[in-house]
Ligand binder design. Sequence first.
Ligand code: CMC
Length: 427
Amino acid sequence: MSKTAILEIDGNKYEFPVIVGSENEVAIDIEKLRAATGAITLDPGYKNSGSCQSEITFLDGEEGILRYRGYAIEDLAEKANFLEVSYLVIFGELPTAAQLAQFEKDIHKYTLVNEEMKNIIDGFPKTAHPMGVLSSLTSALTAFNPKVVNVENEKEMYEAVCKTMGKFLVLATWTYRKSSGFPLNYYDNTKGYVENFMRLMFELPTGPYKINPVVVNALDKLFILHADHEQNCSTSTVRMVGSSHAGLFASISAGVSALWGPLHGGANQAVLEMLEEIQKDGGDADKFLAKAKDKNDPFRLMGFGHRVYKNFDPRAKIIKKAADEVLAELGVNDPILNIAKKLEESALQDEYFKSRNLYPNVDFYSGIIYRALGIPTDMFTVLFAIGRLPGWIAQWKEMRVNKEPIGRPRQVYVGAPLRPFKPMNER
Ligand code: CMC
């Protein structure tokens, strides 16, 4: 028998259907609430509101579970590669060897970016933050690809997926090449996707670039861990913008901006900046821990806490292991990383952090690995964006295929009631 929920307002009872997800998550369907009662719900930050039904990612914050399309993140991170996981996230099934090879080949058709894009990049000052530039460049792709993809047409949608996967990676690295004054590189279709990322970033015309497979493997894993995370801030933004039937590039450009903030993807950069600040201040991690606990101090421990994980972030567990391996393999001995370890140890034993379930999140460790890999700090969030791209595409596609209505929340107005207009000379 299907469940229902009863709501009583001023003595009147209303019945609403209860929806149960495939992992037994329970939601009260209030689609008809306003029509039936005249009332709306108020839920700042959407802490209790589901915006959609989705088949892409399952996340249980209490149990520390994350699965893409039913597959455990631990298995995917260990046994698959990033393009394979991208295919899974976007199209719903793990690809066969032939499908994966074809996917990569089809992405290769779109790895060349229009040369005119370079004029746009030249318009930015060298000091511009790469995330701002990436958001603008992604939006600029609409100028070169003005036709909005028809989601009903599978072939068109598939091409749009390949195009986005190809061009976004190149543009992401161009933001760094521009800021460092190096010539812009081209994708090499004979090399793998993640290897291309490193070459696009660091290969110089003056000499051969030797790729370290340990670095490529670590990055591949990091991209997999970031590939989707259900209705987080940037993904909800992508769905929201796309719900007005704006195109895929325009929606992803908005997602990049949402990701940039330090409470979201920008936290990986903020973590490193915080660690550098602690180092400059003499390296006393406990002093900063005390600052984070002080309610009169706005300082927060960056890379700690999560909106949905009230247990250990499963991605953080995998990254922590990868970080240990990478640091050992590369022989990195960095005082900043020692501060990070000290901070982590102290916070995990501290009552304030324990009682609030504040654990290190994915951004705490990813920042540490990126630093060990030689990635410049202000590119950290760009790497998050590259990893999250398949998730944004998949969620945009799902939202359009399911014909979801335009996103348009309501509000409770608490401003002034109607007032007579005051002419200028009476104000
Ligand atoms: N340092 C110190 N105190 C904290 C922190 C922190 N990092 N995070 C939460 N708290 C405290 C907060 O002050 C509050 O205390 P009290 O109950 O006494 O008022 C309590 O913990 C609950 O915090 P909240 O702000 O209500 O939790 P939220 O779910 O709204 O925020 C968060 C989640 C991720 C924005 C927050 O934990 C935070 O600002 N963390 C630091 C930034 C960060 O690392 N962000 C990356 C998130 S993971 C990946 C991603 O989304 O991109």
